[in-house]
Design a protein around this ligand. Structure first.
Ligand code: HEC
Length: 104
C-alpha cells in the first residue's frame, strides 16, 4: 500500500501496520517457543523475565530496532497497568541494546 499524507500521518500508519503484523508474530511465537538469541546471557534472561510474563517473549528478530524502541514505552505502560514494577534505567538500557543487537 502506498504511504501518503503528511510525514506524521505516514508514520502513524506504519506503526499501525507493524502492530498488526506483530500480533501475528506473538501468535507464531506462542505456538513454537524458540530459544532466545544470546540464550543464557544476562540480557536474554532479563528479556525473558521482564518481557515474557504476560505473553511469551517475542522474538527480537521479528521487528526492527526502530519499532522495538516504540514498543518499549507501550509495554512499560502495560507493566504499570498490571501493577508490575517499572523498568529501571539500567534494565531499559540492557533491553534496548539487546534488541538493537538482535532486532530484525
Ligand atoms: C504487563 C504485561 C506485559 C509485559 C510485562 C510485557 N507485555 Fe508485551 N504485550 C502485553 C499486552 C497486553 C499486549 C497486547 C496489547 C498491546 O499490543 O498493547 C502485548 C503485546 C506485545 C507485542 C505485540 C505487538 C502489538 O502491537 O501488539 C510485542 C512485540 C510485545 N508485547 C513486546 C514486549 C516486550 C519487548 C516486553 C518487555 C519490555 C513486553 N512486551 C512486556 C503485555 C505485556
Amino acid at each position: 500500500m502506498p504511504i501518503q499524507g503528511t510525514r506524521s500521518g505516514a508514520r502513524g500508519k506504519e506503526i499501525f501496520a507493524w502492530g498488526s503484523i506483530a500480533i501475528g508474530a506473538v501468535l507464531v511465537v506462542a505456538a513454537c517457543s524458540k530459544p532466545l538469541p544470546e540464550e543464557g546471557s544476562a540480557a536474554a534472561e532479563l528479556y525473558r523475565q521482564r518481557c515474557g510474563t504476560c505473553h511469551r517473549p517475542v522474538s527480537p528478530s521479528s521487528m526492527k530496532f526502530a519499532l522495538w524502541r516504540m514498543m518499549l514505552p507501550r509495554m512499560e505502560e502495560r507493566m504499570r497497568q498490571a501493577g508490575q514494577p517499572p523498568l529501571s534505567n539500567e534494565e531499559r538500557t540492557t533491553l534496548e541494546s539487546y534488541l538493537e543487537r538482535n532486532g530484525g
